[in-house]
Design a protein around this ligand. Structure first.
Ligand code: ATP
Length: 366
């Protein structure tokens, strides 16, 4: 069983300039056996530190880490049965690829024939057979990345740790490697913990995602759950591109008054909002839930607003449209068939069945 468990993990750094830095603030989670779990969050939120603590490269200030049934707080990195793939690949430049792949195994005193067998297997899985006698400088970024993964595979660890492994690749290669990593996970049936700041990478790779901000776990959920039911405004704004729109509003009965428009809240949604009747709230609506009435078979009678388009961006099949509600700038994503132009006024339907409300003070979803 290659489960990984964090119990009340806190990590503080002593920084010469900033004093005490709370990098990870009471993290609790379980990575299930064979799960692909992704840590995502902005720079400095504590995701790399979390991964390094699993690897044993960083020691937690307090709390317990388990790998399988084993408490590993005091276990040396090399004895944790993990393999880590770093952002910069960390290949030895003077060694051939074959030697790079063999290096860790030689250190573990693995018999020569077994090393050869493992290298042949990994090379076949990653389609790198023809690269084995080259040096790292003779490889492209994508190929180096594959070798770095190969070096982890030959170790046959119970847990793979990936630290932003795709961030040095160009956009097209990143998409290709993403698909390869997903396939690799299925094939190896391994537990993977993967760190990225890229929410698209997180959404496409993760079976579950841990969203972090400022050292604190904000939510742990499947990609669908994070998108449909974000716990708070941070998660709502971080997951999804373009991000969820937020507009200040006041709830009065079934009416939601923003600075410039009044919306009607669908009956089904009102039940959960009772406590906020008469109070300030933040309305959250995703760009794709703002629709062009032009393209609807019949125009709804409510929740249609006149919007003055400031900017229209053409993405091919879709348009991103920018407009204001009071001081809040909103983005809509509509079909390019709407043929909208900037500096025109258009009718937009807000699908409030899909909106979320947030508490302006706690920023939690209501
Ligand atoms: P990035 O995406 O930029 O790598 P991250 O989410 O992985 O960010 P961490 O590298 O885990 O973030 O850093 C978390 C916090 O801890 C940051 O404020 C960082 O400055 C601080 N930190 C990390 N390592 C050290 C260290 N060795 N000494 C002092 N502070 C550190």
């Amino acid at each position: 069983m290659a489960e990984v468990k964090f119990e009340n993990i806190v990590k503080e750094f002593e920084d010469a300039n900033k004093g005490k830095v709370l990098a990870v603030n009471d993290a609790n989670f379980v990575v299930h056996d064979k799960e692909f779990l992704v840590f995502v969050g902005p720079s400095g939120c504590g995701k790399t530190t979390s991964l390094r603590m699993v690897a044993g490269l960083e020691r937690q200030t307090s709390g317990d880490i388990y790998i399988g049934d084993r408490l590993v707080n005091k276990v040396h990195p090399k004895d944790r049965d993990i393999a880590m793939v770093f952002q910069d690949y960390a290949l030895y430049p003077h060694m051939t690829i074959r030697e790079n792949l063999a290096f860790g195994l030689k250190n573990l005193k693995t018999p020569k024939a077994e090393i050869e067998k493992k290298i042949t297997e990994a090379a076949s899985i990653l389609s790198i057979e023809n690269l084995l006698d080259r040096k790292p400088r003779e490889l492209s970024g994508g190929q180096k990345q594959r070798i770095a993964v190969g070096r982890a595979i030959v170790r046959n660890p119970s847990v793979f740790l990936f630290d932003e492994p795709l961030s040095n690749l160009d956009a097209k290669l990143r998409v290709q490697m993403r698909v390869e990593l997903s396939e690799l996970h299925k094939r190896l049936g391994a537990t993977i913990i993967y760190v990225t700041h890229d929410q698209v990478e997180a959404m496409t790779l993760g079976q579950r995602i841990v969203v972090m901000n400022a050292g604190k776990i904000q939510q742990i959920a499947t990609p669908e759950e994070l998108y449909e039911n974000p716990n708070n405004m941070f998660v709502a704004g971080f997951i999804g591109s373009p991000p969820m729109n937020f507009a200040k509003a006041r709830l009065e009965g079934n009416q939601l008054h923003t600075a410039t428009h009044t919306f009607t809240v669908p009956k089904g949604k009102l039940v959960g909002y009772k406590k906020y009747d008469g109070k300030e709230v933040i309305m959250g609506i995703r760009p794709e839930d703002i629709l062009s009435t032009q393209l609807m078979p019949s125009v709804p009678t409510e929740n249609v607003i006149k919007a003055n388009l400031k900017v229209v961006e053409h993405l091919g099949a879709e348009l991103l449209i920018y407009f204001d509600i009071g001081n809040d700038q909103l983005t809509g994503r509509v079909s390019a068939d709407a043929k909208y132009k900037p500096l025109t006024q258009v009718d937009l339907y807000f699908n409030l069945k899909k909106m979320q409300l947030f508490d302006p003070e706690t920023q939690q979803r209501i």
